[in-house]
Design a protein. Structure first.
Length: 201
């Protein structure tokens, strides 16, 4: 995704090695998500719903990459300023999407009986999962650089697997193989980019 984003934003065509790594990574992703193709053996509605969810996650990840590359241009801004501006400008769009989802029946307002439980979950998600996490991300991007910061994104699926395993979920072999292919491709591409940067230096 980073290579595609740089291609779109900076007209920087990926090297052949990066293109190969991209194909391997997306292949591993498809293998893990579809559980080796078993997903398509389920009912068409269930498979469609799951693939829609996967597509939304991919779009979200792509938006995160574009955000990281774009914020790297704001060298005169502090991480706190970038975080504040991001949250303030995103709020109207989030409200509009929420109202649209309510009108289409895609989202529901919890019943008053559920508000005590839902409110603290939303507060944690908003303050820790979004605000604090975004500030930490922007701070880390400034300290590490864009390339290393995006490399850290690769730990997200690893952490997810660890948490799910701790919760007692059984990881399928196809998921492990697919995730391993993705991680191997990402690390290989990162090492290649570092080698290229050292060679040019």
């Amino acid at each position: 995704m980073t290579a595609i984003a740089e291609w779109v934003m900076f007209r920087k065509r990926p090297a052949f090695v990066t293109l190969v790594c991209m194909l391997v990574a997306f292949g591993g992703l498809a293998w893990a998500v579809t559980r080796g193709g078993d997903l398509f053996t389920h009912g068409s509605n269930e498979a469609a719903q799951e693939l829609l969810g996967c597509t939304l996650v991919v779009f979200g990840a792509a938006a995160w990459v574009f955000y990281t590359l774009g914020s790297a241009k704001l060298k005169a801004w502090s991480p706190l300023e970038i975080t504040a501006m991001t949250c303030l400008t995103a709020m109207p769009l989030l409200i509009a999407v929420w109202l649209l989802s309510l009108s289409l029946g895609w989202a529901l307002i919890p019943s008053p009986a559920a508000w005590p439980e839902v409110s603290w979950r939303l507060a944690f998600l908003s303050l820790v999962g979004v605000l604090a996490a975004m500030w930490c991300w922007n701070l880390g991007t400034v300290r590490l650089g864009t390339l290393n910061a995006i490399l850290m994104l690769h730990f997200m699926p690893v952490i997810t697997f660890v948490v799910r395993a701790a919760e007692g979920a059984a990881l399928r072999r196809t998921e492990i193989v697919g995730a391993s292919l993705v991680i191997a491709a990402l690390v290989a591409n990162n090492l290649w980019l570092r080698y290229q940067n050292q060679f040019r230096a």
